[in-house]
Write a protein that binds this ligand. Structure first.
Ligand code: OGA
Ligand code: MN
Length: 285
C-alpha cells in the first residue's frame, strides 16, 4: 500500500496529501485510507500531480462509478465522464465572460454538486492545469460544522423537515439562463432530508445550497427564505476554508459534508483551467 500522509490545511477542514502519485494503481487498502481521510477532513488536496485525463479518470473510478455529462464537448476533448472548468478558449486565451443570464452561473454560488438529482454526487475531483495568481479560490463551507453549531431545538425541528431540490429553481436562484425543456424533463424536482446523515461516517449535516428550492409541504416563498437564511448561517467565515490553487493540485471533496463555490477573479487576465471528474453518490437519508 502507498503510505498516505495527510496534513491538515486548517482547523476546520481540508488536508494536504504529499508524496503520493495518483497515477499509481489504487489497491483496496489505499482506497480505504483515502476514503477515511476524505470523510475525516472533507477535502483532500493531492499536491504536485501530473495527470492526463485518462489517469484522472482511472484514479477517480477507484472510488465508484463516474457521473456522465450530457452536454460536454469542451476544448476538443469529448468524454462523457470528464468535464473541463475553464475561462480559456481553444487557443488557451482568456475568453470574455458571457453575461450570467446567458449561462449556468451556479458554480459561483454555494452548492453541493448535483443535489437536484435523486442520487447526488459523492466526491468531486478537480485538477489544476492552469491556476490563478489572485482570486479564483474554491471556497468550501462545512455543513457538518454548521449543523453542530445549531441550537438543540433547531436541530430537532429541522430534522423533521424535507427539502425540495430543483435544477430549474437553481437556475433562478443563481440568476442564470432559463431552464430548457429537455433539462426540465431530465431533472424534475427531488426531495431530500434537510438534515442528512453521512453515508460513510454517520455525521449529520445541513443539506442545502443553491439547488435547494423550498421546504416540502410548506409555503414555497417562506420556505425558500428560510433556506437562504440557513445557507447564510452555514457559510459564515468561521465555517469556510478557501482553497488557494497550486498548479498540479488534485482537490477531492466530499459533497454530503459541504457546499462550495468559486471565488471571483480577473477573467480577462488570469488563466484558470481545471479538469473535473465526479463519483456518483447514494440516495440521501
Ligand atoms: C465544480 C465547482 C468550483 C470552482 O467543479 O463542481 O463547483 O472553483 N467548481 O471552479
Ligand atoms: Mn460544484
Amino acid at each position: 500500500m502507498t503510505k498516505l500522509i495527510a496534513t491538515p490545511l486548517s482547523d476546520l477542514m481540508g488536508a494536504e496529501i504529499t508524496e503520493f502519485d495518483c497515477r499509481e494503481p489504487v489497491d483496496a487498502k489505499t482506497r480505504d485510507a483515502i476514503i477515511e481521510a476524505l470523510y475525516r477532513h472533507q477535502i483532500l488536496v493531492f499536491r504536485e500531480q501530473d495527470l492526463t485525463p485518462e489517469q484522472q479518470i482511472a484514479f477517480s473510478e477507484a472510488f465508484g462509478p463516474l457521473e456522465m455529462h450530457v452536454n460536454q464537448a469542451n476544448q476538443g476533448y469529448e468524454r462523457p465522464n470528464f468535464h473541463v472548468v475553464t475561462n480559456l478558449d481553444d487557443n488557451g486565451v482568456p475568453m470574455p465572460d458571457p453575461p450570467p443570464e446567458k449561462i449556468f452561473n451556479g458554480t459561483r454560488t454555494w452548492h453541493s454538486d448535483k443535489s437536484y438529482m435523486p442520487r447526488p454526487s459523492m466526491a468531486t475531483f478537480l485538477y489544476g492545469v492552469a491556476v490563478t495568481k489572485e482570486g479564483g479560490e474554491t471556497l468550501f463551507a462545512s455543513l457538518t460544522a454548521a449543523y453542530d453549531a445549531l441550537d438543540e431545538d433547531e436541530k430537532i425541528r429541522l430534522g423533521g423537515l424535507k427539502c425540495v431540490h430543483s435544477w430549474e429553481q437553481s437556475l433562478r436562484n443563481s440568476r442564470s439562463r432559463p431552464v430548457t425543456e429537455e433539462e426540465r424533463q431530465l431533472s424534475p424536482p427531488v426531495t431530500h432530508p434537510l438534515i442528512r446523515t453521512h453515508p460513510g461516517d454517520g455525521r449529520k449535516a445541513l443539506y442545502i445550497g443553491m439547488h435547494a428550492s423550498h421546504i416540502a409541504g410548506a409555503d414555497e416563498e417562506s420556505g425558500r427564505a428560510q433556506l437562504f437564511a440557513l445557507l447564510d448561517f452555514a457559510t459564515q467565515a468561521r465555517f469556510v476554508y478557501a482553497h488557494q490553487w497550486q498548479k498540479g493540485d488534485l482537490v477531492v471533496w466530499d459533497n454530503p459534508s459541504l457546499v462550495h463555490k468559486s471565488a471571483p477573479f480577473d477573467r480577462q487576465k488570469e488563466r484558470r483551467h481545471l479538469h473535473r471528474t465526479v463519483v456518483r453518490g447514494d440516495i440521501p437519508v
